[in-house]
Design a protein around this ligand. Structure first.
Ligand code: ADP
Length: 448
């Protein structure tokens, strides 16, 4: 039997027995009056607690349990236990919900949740940045009232969401590209995921331009080569003509080889591990050799001088830096007319770094070209670059090498008066001898 029934029957039996005993001792009226009074008390007690329970259920206060004797005490206690269990469950769900929101907020993607009428239900911080939304202000707003781009409105209306949509001119600066995709879920609801692909697009454009440039650069000498081959095959040529044609063909073949070599150098630089920081380069020897090489390249037609501070070494990869230095020196020779001056200089700076610079009195560079010189295949005068064996990749290689050594290229130039290309090394890449040597000036390699 249920415990409440058992208690009620036991209490009724007890009160009945007491009423019978009182009736037997003091007469039936007294016994009857006691029974009525006990019954009324019981009714009053039950009504009082029923009303208390009613009020409690109407406006529950968590943690407050009324106390009572008997079965009402049991009822209140069980109610309290139930409320506690529910409260714990609600807290767990709340914690899960918060963790879920935090995870979506931490995602690098923008997330917007739409209801069945395409109204915003919720959006994360990244989507606010991507679409210029405001999570509080824009809740319950139609998404198409806020994202009015026709391509997006059309995409949303078409209900074909297999492919993502690329949206341009997005973000706070209006210069980002977003990949946006809709994922339907639940009862006609939608999830919009956005992903910033600006960098990816830029890389893709660069890759396309690069492939087009390489093809173009290789196509020109190839066309010349095949043209001459055909001429040689079809026309009877005398020895002198043959010699001249073979000469031209050899130059074109060399040009292609130079381009391929430079491309391989760039590829190698991109794939290589970072240059060492404990390899000291003997700059005195390197600078002296650069002077000798410049004199050889110039065929003694330039006035070449070399200045080198002693006791100052670079820490890094000798092959890479040697190629960067040589590129600047060979450019100076190639873009300086005969009788011009070229100076190679190596010296320390006040902040503990050092500068390698090559100054020439050559053609100079118009200011608008300077920021673009390190782009691959960028040339001011194509034919001059080509005629002197240039590939248009030299300064791109230099920039790459310098970035890997935390150094940078500084270009100062005046059109018609000459240029100075300086490689600026930070203190972290320079090692100084304990006893600083005097700034020794090596004599000009060309005059040596
Ligand atoms: P290139 O193989 O054509 O020389 P670079 O990348 O070395 O390619 O140089 C890019 C362009 O920068 C050159 O085509 C040239 O127009 C310009 N340039 C580089 N160095 C000098 C310089 N010392 N004086 C004038 N122009 C220069």
């Amino acid at each position: 039997m249920n415990i409440i029934w058992a208690r009620t029957v036991a209490l009724a039996c007890l009160l009945g027995a007491v009423a019978a005993a009182l009736g037997w001792l003091f007469g039936s009226k007294i016994g009857f009056a006691f029974a009525i009074a006990a019954l009324l008390l019981q009714v009053f007690f039950n009504t009082f607690h029923a009303q208390r329970l009613w009020r409690l259920l109407d406006a529950p206060v968590y943690g407050e349990v009324p106390s009572a004797i008997g079965m009402w005490g049991e009822i209140y206690y069980r109610l309290y236990r139930l409320a506690k269990r529910w409260h714990n469950q609600v807290r767990q769900v709340e914690q899960q919900h918060n963790r879920f929101i935090q995870a979506i907020q931490a995602s690098p993607n923008g997330v917007v949740m739409l209801d069945e009428h395409n109204q915003i239900e919720w959006c994360n911080a990244i989507s606010e940045r991507h679409f210029g939304l405001n999570a509080r202000r824009d809740v319950r707003q139609q998404i198409t009232h806020l994202l009015r781009q026709p391509e997006f409105v059309h995409y949303l209306a078409m209900h074909r969401y297999d492919e993502a949509l690329s949206m341009h001119h997005m973000g706070e600066q209006h210069n980002n590209v977003l990949s946006v995709q809709v994922f339907p879920y639940g009862d006609n609801r939608k999830l919009i995921l956005s992903h910033d692909i600006t960098q990816l697009e830029r890389t893709e454009t660069m890759r396309r331009d690069f492939v087009a440039n390489v093809s173009h650069e290789l196509k020109t000498p190839l066309t010349v080569l095949s043209g001459f081959l055909e001429t040689m095959k079809e026309l009877p040529l005398n020895e002198e003509e043959k010699e001249r044609y073979l000469d031209i063909m050899q130059r074109q073949a060399e040009r292609m080889k130079n381009i391929v070599d430079d491309l391989l150098t760039l590829a190698k630089l991109e794939g290589n591990t970072l240059p060492p920081v404990d390899q000291r380069l003997d700059m005195k020897r390197i600078v002296k050799q650069l002077g000798i090489d410049a004199a050889g390249l110039s065929n003694q037609t330039h006035d070449i001088s070399v200045d080198c501070e002693s006791g100052l070494a670079v820490l890094g990869s000798e092959t890479e830096l040697q190629s960067a230095f040589s590129n600047l020196v060979s450019n100076a020779v190639r873009y300086t007319p005969a009788k011009g001056r070229i100076k190679i200089d190596w010296r320390g700076t006040e902040d503990g770094g050092a500068i390698f610079s090559v100054t020439d009195s050559g053609l100079g560079i118009p200011a608008q070209h300077i920021p673009r010189l390190t782009e691959r295949f960028y040339r001011i005068d194509r034919s001059r670059s080509r005629d002197t064996g240039g590939t248009g990749l030299g300064l791109a290689i230099v920039k790459h090498v310098l970035t890997r050594h935390q150094a940078h290229l500084d270009i100062k130039s005046q059109e018609g008066r000459g240029s100075t290309f300086s490689i600026v090394f930070p203190a972290s890449r320079i090692a100084r001898d304990q006893v600083q040597g005097d700034a020794a000036t090596a004599s000009s390699a060309s005059r040596d």
